[in-house]
Design a protein around this ligand. Structure first.
Ligand SMILES: *[C@@H]1O[C@H](CO)[C@@H](O)[C@H](O)[C@H]1NC(C)=O
Ligand SMILES: *[C@@H]1O[C@H](CO)[C@@H](O)[C@H](O)[C@H]1NC(C)=O
Ligand SMILES: *[C@@H]1O[C@H](CO)[C@@H](O)[C@H](O)[C@H]1NC(C)=O
Length: 458
């Protein structure tokens, strides 16, 4: 398919000299060398925290491990749990597509969602426009009778949420699955060993362009790429258009799932595998996606409290990610009726309360020269404007607390972010390295993590 073009430079030389002149655009070529060299728009690294939302027809059965894959477990894998669940609860002949009319979203209030996401301290939201089942949460012309306006909610879920999220000044991103398990054109291309591109020409690319033109997302979170190479998806052609000619060319951020073998290698920032957990500081911007429900991205009605991350685990995970230069994308799966389970809301508001006190150490921070050390508690460091932040996980059982990495000076000052304007007593360990800090008496914190602000240290 042809991608819609903006007028480009008339006199290329002037464009090279004056990249910002009207009508001139920096041109990215449709190859990875060129696309990978694009600087990541700054807002993304500064934002640090995002909320991931998995919502679709899969939210209706809302059952089993990785419930967003329900159709696949039941239909392709014949996984025992799903087969039994269907036999027990649905009449013979019931099809997955029959769930769509039960996806009613009758309690979906996008402003309520946006209020919770804002209160979590997140700065961006990534919403499933379409998962692998192919059901689009917007009225896609390429998804006749398998979209949220023709069937189910009879609402443009993407559009309504985009409006609500932007009212709260959060960035709005869209998750989009390149492949669809059972789309006839995809199956046709697959049978040809991905030599043909019927599905890409008639479904994937027109839908991606439609999403960009209609909703102008700040982020495209690509997924479902792994069966076929990027040359099948025409990923580099799409990204060159996105970066050169689309209406979001200057702000849009993309991830790295653009074809078999791409992740951790090509694209914008790196997601690598789900719940990517690097052992040391990566040399490329990355994001960890993590679900509050440890067993699923989509909502599960059979979820147990013991399977849900508690607030200290969430904060611990987030702090580790930010200290290693990553962003933290924390997932919830709303129910099919549009409610967010109160346990998820409580975790999100708890995270926001912690960030309300300690956010200074998180937002727009950079990794420090040392990222972590073990004292009587685990310590993670971040840095911003010559200030070093030492985030301690758990209250130190022994006083004073000793840090070995910071080098103190005559102007060193230590404060606790939850205990402002009162400098803490500290002493150097040796004249050149380390310090001991006398912690004040504090009430327990539901996040079980505290942040020391170290000024005048290197
Ligand atoms: C990428 O495209 C640019 C511009 O057309 C070209 O100079 C460069 O050689 C290409 N790189 C590769 C690896 O194909
Ligand atoms: C993919 O890109 C190639 C090279 O530009 C082009 O020939 C082909 O038509 C494109 N395929 C689709 C489906 O757009
Ligand atoms: C801190 O302790 C943990 C757990 O014992 C260990 O895995 C980690 O490597 C230690 N980190 C440092 C910086 O010593």
């Amino acid at each position: 398919m042809s991608l819609p073009m903006r007028p480009t430079c008339i006199i290329p030389l002037i464009c090279v000299i004056l990249m910002s002149a009207p009508g001139c655009t920096a041109r990215y070529a449709a190859n990875w060398t060129s696309l990978d060299a694009r600087p990541l728009p700054k807002w993304f690294d500064e934002a640090k925290i995002g909320i991931f939302v998995h919502w679709g027809v899969f939210s209706v059965p809302g059952f089993g491990q990785f419930s967003e894959w329900f159709w696949y477990w039941w239909h392709s894998q014949r996984r025992a749990e799903e087969v039994k669940f269907m036999q027990k609860n649905y009449p013979p002949g019931f099809k997955y597509a029959d769930f769509a009319s039960e996806f009613r979203a009758e309690f979906f209030e996008p402003d309520n969602w946006a209020d919770i996401f804002k209160a979590s301290g997140a700065r961006y939201v990534v919403f499933t426009s379409k998962h692998h089942e192919g059901f689009t949460n917007w009225p896609s012309a390429g998804s006749w009778n398998w979209n949220s306006v023709d069937v189910g909610p009879h609402r443009d879920l993407v559009g309504e949420l985009a409006t609500a999220i932007r009212k709260k000044s959060l960035h709005f991103g869209l998750y989009h699955s390149l492949y669809e398990w059972y789309h006839p054109l995809y199956l046709l291309d697959q049978a040809s060993g991905f030599k043909t591109q019927n599905f890409v020409a008639q479904k994937t690319l027109p839908e991606l362009v439609d999403l960009v033109m209609s909703y102008k997302p700040d982020l495209i979170w690509s997924d479902g790429d792994w069966d076929a190479p990027d040359t099948y998806w025409n990923s580099t052609e799409f990204l060159a258009w996105l970066y050169n000619d689309s209406p979001i060319k200057d702000v849009v951020v993309t991830n790295d799932r653009w074809g078999k073998g791409c992740y951790c290698k090509h694209g914008g920032y790196y997601n690598c595998a789900d719940r990517y957990t690097p052992g040391k500081l990566p040399d490329h911007k990355w994001e960890k996606c993590q679900s509050i429900d440890s067993r699923s991205w989509g909502y599960r009605r059979d979820m147990m409290l013991s399977e849900i991350m508690d607030l200290p685990s969430i904060i611990k995970d987030m702090v580790y990610v930010v200290a290693l230069g990553g962003n933290y994308l924390l997932n919830i799966g709303p129910m099919s009726d549009g409610m967010i389970a109160p346990v998820f809301e409580e975790r999100l508001r708890g995270l926001g309360a912690w960030l309300g006190i300690n956010g200074e150490a998180i937002y727009a921070s950079k990794p420090w020269r040392v990222q972590t050390e073990n004292s009587t508690v685990t310590v993670w460091y971040t840095a911003k404007n010559k200030i070093v932040y030492a985030i301690i996980l758990g209250w130190p059982s022994k006083q004073p607390l000793q840090l070995t990495a910071p080098k103190t000076s005559g102007v060193t000052q230590v404060t606790l972010l939850d205990y402002p304007n009162v400098p803490l007593k500290w002493a150097p360990v040796t004249p050149t390295a380390g310090l001991t800090i006398v912690m004040p008496t504090m009430p327990a914190s539901p996040g079980d993590a505290w942040c020391l602000k170290l000024e005048g240290v290197v």
